[in-house]
Structures are given as C-alpha cells and as structure tokens.
Design a protein around this ligand. Structure first.
Ligand code: SF4
Ligand code: SF4
Length: 123
C-alpha cells in the first residue's frame, strides 16, 4: 500500500506536498531527464509509509491512497513506480525556497481551477 501522485499534479508541481513527507519519498526527475517524463512528482511505492500526510497538503487533490485511486488514474501507479525502477533518473524533490531559505508556498487554486484541472485530466 502506498500513496500515488496522479496526473492532476501535471504542470502544477508547486511541491506543497514535499515539505510534510517524513521519509523523503517524493521524487522529481533530474534536470537531464525531464524531457522523457511527465511534469509531475512521483511517490516511491516501497519507501512510502502510507502516513497520509501529503494528501491534504495538495491543493489540487492530486494525491490518493492507491486503493482509493479513481479508475481513470490507474495508469498513474505505473508512472509513480518509475522512480523505483529507474532510480538514476530521479532525485528527492525539495520544496521551493526563497534566497533566504524560507519556504515559498504557491497560491492555492480556487475550486473552479481545481475542477477544471480534474476535467482536463480525468478522461
Ligand atoms: S502538492 Fe499536489 S500538485 Fe503540488 S507537487 Fe505535490 S502532488 Fe503535485
Ligand atoms: S503518504 Fe506519507 S510517506 Fe507516503 S508520500 Fe505521503 S507523506 Fe510521504
């Protein structure tokens, strides 16, 4: 059992989820690999301890426990698993910080934006 970042994260990647993960198991592709990857974060399926801390932190509702993943996002399980299968292509994601090291939080999207994003990806 693990949590999954769904494609609802694509192009959002504000990294609000990363700060709260107690085991640093949320990954991003290395800069040299982004061309081959969707623009999203990835949860390592065996490092994730299923604590659930990241789920409410995601303003886009992009994170699901695997057993609660909507059927239209089932393919995202395999996408998340890439960080375990191809570890040399990934690095632990770190939250955005300003020049003085302070956490930079993205502006939270309103309900309309969240709904529009869900409609865009939930085909
Ligand atoms: S908070 Fe949500 S949208 Fe932002 S990077 Fe994490 S999973 Fe993606
Ligand atoms: S469920 Fe917990 S351990 Fe798994 S990715 Fe989210 S915060 Fe990290």
């Amino acid at each position: 059992m693990a949590y999954i970042v769904s494609r609802l994260c694509i192009d959002c990647v504000d990294k609000g989820c990363v700060e709260v993960c107690p085991v640093e198991c949320i990954y991003e592709p290395k800069a040299s690999e982004v061309g081959d990857m969707p623009n999203m974060l990835f949860i390592h399926p065996t490092e994730c301890i299923s604590c659930g801390a990241c789920e409410p932190e995601c303003p886009w509702g992009a994170i699901f426990e695997d057993r609660e993943l909507p059927p239209s996002f089932e393919g995202d399980v395999e996408i998340n698993a890439r960080c375990e299968q191809q570890p040399s292509k990934f690095q632990v994601a770190h939250p955005h910080r300003d020049g003085e090291g302070r956490l930079v939080k993205a502006k939270r999207p309103d309900k309309a934006l969240v709904s529009a994003n869900r409609l865009k990806w939930q085909q």
